[in-house]
Design a protein around this ligand. Structure first.
Ligand SMILES: [Zn+2]
Length: 313
C-alpha cells in the first residue's frame, strides 16, 4: 500500500491537513510528527518529501513513478536527508553534518528536506544545535521531526514547529502489525485488547510473565466455561502465585474478559440466544469484579467469588 492510501485510511486528519497545506502552498517550515510507533509518521514524512519533488503529480498526489519519487523511495535523493539515532542517541555531529550540507543550496533543486526519526533521542547538544538551525534557517528547507514522546522534545524546538498528532493504531491495524512481527493471531488479539501501543504490545509479548499469565488465565477460563469446581481451587493453587501485583491482578480479569469476548464472537455465529445471553452475563460479572478490585477488596476473595458466581449461575 502506498503512503497516501495508508495515511488516508489510518490518519485522515493529518492526511487532509497536510494535503490542504500543500495545495495552498502553506506548508510550515518545520513539523513535529507526534504519535506511537507504527502510526504512520515516517510514511507521512516520505509522502511529503515526494510531494515536494515529484515532477509529475497526479491529482495532486506523488506519481510514485518519476525519478524523484523513486529515489526518495530508495532513500537516495540528495536533497532529502534522513537522520536517525546512531546507537542510543542522535549526536551533535549528525546535526552539524546536516547543517553543512544545507549551507550549500540544494544539489538539484533549491528545496531541501530533512527528516529526523526518533527526534526525542537527540542529546542536548544536538538539540541545541538543531534549535539554532531552526531559528536562523539557511535556504529553503522543510524540517520534519518524528517522535513518540513529545514531552522529551525541547519546548523551544516545539514552539518552532507545527505539531501534528497521529492517532493511535486501530485494534485491527495493531493486530496486523503484531502478526507481521511474528506473533500468533490469538496472542496478537489478546495484546491488542490490553494496549493500543505497538511498542508496549511487543514489550509485553517478550515478557516471560505475560506468557505464563496468559496460559494460567486460559486454563482458568477452560474450567469456568465447563462450570468445573476446579475453577475455585485454581485461584489459590495457581492464580495467586502468578498475579502478585495489583496491576497484574487487574490484568488477569482483562485477560479473562478477552477470552469470554472471543467466545462471544465465536458463538454469535450460529449458537442460541440463550447461550449468548449467558456469556454476556459472565462478561458483566467480570467487569464488576474488575471494578471491585479497584477498591480495597483482596484479589483472592474477588477471584474466588467470581468463580463461584460463574460456576453456580
Ligand atoms: Zn513522482
Amino acid at each position: 500500500m502506498g503512503e497516501a492510501q495508508f495515511l488516508e485510511k489510518n490518519q485522515p486528519i493529518v492526511f487532509t491537513q497536510l494535503q490542504k497545506s500543500f495545495e495552498h502552498g502553506r506548508l510550515a517550515h518545520a513539523y513535529l510528527f507526534e504519535g506511537e510507533t507504527g502510526t504512520g509518521k515516517h510514511e507521512a514524512s516520505i509522502w511529503l518529501a515526494k510531494h515536494l519533488f515529484c515532477t509529475d503529480l497526479k491529482d495532486n498526489q506523488p506519481c510514485e513513478q518519476c525519478n524523484n519519487c523513486q529515489r526518495i523511495q530508495r532513500n537516495e535523493h540528495p536533497d532529502v536527508q534522513i537522520v536517525e539515532p546512531d546507537g542510543q542517541t542522535i549526536k551533535v555531529d549528525q546535526i552539524r553534518k546536516l547543517q553543512s550540507e544545507f549551507a550549500t543550496s540544494g544539489f538539484e533543486t533549491k528545496q531541501k528536506v530533512f527528516i529526523i526519526k526518533d527526534s526525542d533521542k537527540m542529546n542536548s547538544s544536538a538539540a541545541n544545535s538543531l534549535l539554532k538551525f531552526l531559528e536562523e534557517p539557511v535556504g529553503l528547507f522543510l524540517a520534519i521531526l518524528e517522535t513518540d514522546s513529545v514531552g522529551r522534545i525541547l519546548p523551544t524546538i516545539q514552539s518552532r514547529c507545527q505539531i501534528l498528532h497521529f492517532q493511535p493504531l486501530s485494534k485491527e491495524l495493531l493486530q496486523m502489525k503484531l502478526k507481521e512481527n511474528g506473533l500468533g493471531l490469538q496472542t496478537a488479539k489478546l495484546l491488542s485488547s490490553l494496549t493500543n501501543s505497538f511498542d508496549k504490545a511487543v514489550e509485553i509479548s517478550q515478557n516471560e510473565w505475560f506468557n505464563e499469565a496468559r496460559d494460567s488465565v486460559q486454563q482458568w477460563f477452560n474450567y469456568l466455561k465447563k462450570a468445573d469446581p476446579q475453577a475455585f481451587i485454581y485461584v489459590q493453587k495457581k492464580l495467586l502465585k502468578v498475579f502478585k501485583e495489583k496491576t497484574q491482578q487487574i490484568e488477569s480479569f482483562s485477560m479473562l474478559l478477552f477470552f469470554y469476548q472471543e467466545l462471544l464472537l465465536e458463538k454469535a455465529s450460529g449458537r442460541s440466544l440463550k447461550e449468548i445471553a449467558e456469556i454476556n452475563q459472565v462478561i458483566e460479572l467480570i467487569l464488576q469484579a474488575e471494578q471491585k478490585l479497584g477498591t480495597n477488596v483482596s484479589f483472592q476473595s474477588t477471584a474466588e467469588q467470581l468463580a463461584l458466581r460463574i460456576i453456580y449461575k
